[in-house]
Ligand binder design. Structure first.
Ligand code: PEP
Length: 252
């Protein structure tokens, strides 16, 4: 089963709109060198619409970093899936470990957000991953099971193939200490096996991205693993050249 790789850049809380536009110019100049790979940028909300316009017709997608499950309402500081679509987004990160830690985002909340994203026509990227303590205490697989089963519990069987899962071990995010290709592949295989329990053959269509200190230097080895279908990239997604090098590695 061939799955089109997806390389998504998570900008977190970086870049003004002017900086985002300068990045878009640089990225567009290098497109075409990276093969058949889907590229998406996840900027702060303020840059969604300018980036969506800058990337129009280029094939580069723009994703939100979070979305609320309600279409609108009294939720100060939140933004709905419909608003993301209105701003030009085609996907949304959900459950990033920084949001789980900083905003107390629970598996139960994610179980509502993922179907809301799908209903709005967005590609949901459900982020999961264990902490260093959980890995050291041997509970990684139990943690991944819980995050996958609960986070995706609201998805209709026919929608599973549209879901993207990002495996991001927390100990590898922003630390420079990426998982080895073997550790990452073992986790991805485990996740796909769990997905098969809940959505049968659609598990083979679900893209599972690896995230955690992906750089041009380690991307090819990670992305050549059979169950790694792309990358969610933080720090190395802030410069066009390094993101393009990672995208090229996804198809090499
Ligand atoms: C992330 O923020 O999702 C991430 C993987 O960051 P980094 O690539 O910097 O580790």
């Amino acid at each position: 089963m061939s799955r089109r790789p997806l390389v998504a850049g998570n900008w977190k809380m970086f870049k003004t709109r002017g900086e985002a536009l300068a990045f878009a110019d640089g990225l567009k100049q290098g497109l075409g060198t990276s093969g058949d790979v889907e590229i998406a940028i996840c900027p702060p909300f303020t840059s969604l619409d300018v980036l969506a316009s800058a990337f129009a017709g280029s094939g580069v997608g723009v994703f939100g970093q979070n979305g609320h499950e309600d279409a609108n309402g009294a939720h100060t500081g939140e933004i709905s899936m419909e608003m993301l679509v209105d701003a030009g987004a085609s996907g949304v990160l959900l459950g990033h470990s920084e949001r789980r830690a900083d905003n107390n985002e629970t598996d139960q909340a994610l179980a509502r957000k993922v179907p809301a994203a799908l209903a709005a026509g967005l590609t949901p990227v459900l982020c999961i991953g264990e902490s260093e303590f959980e890995r050291d205490s041997g509970t990684t697989k139990a943690v991944l099971d819980r995050q996958v089963l609960e986070g995706l519990s609201g998805v209709a069987i026919g929608d599973f193939a549209k879901v993207v899962v990002a495996y991001e071990p927390i100990w590898a995010i922003g630390t420079g200490k990426s998982a080895t290709p073997e550790i990452a592949q073992e986790a991805h295989r485990w996740i796909r096996d769990q997905l098969r329990e809940i959505c049968q053959d659609a598990a083979d269509q679900i893209r599972i991205l690896y995230g955690g200190s992906v750089k041009p230097e380690n991307a090819a080895e990670l992305l050549s693993q059979p169950d790694i279908d792309g990358a969610l990239v933080g720090g190395a997604a802030l410069e066009p050249d390094s993101l393009l090098a990672i995208a090229a590695a996804a198809t090499s």
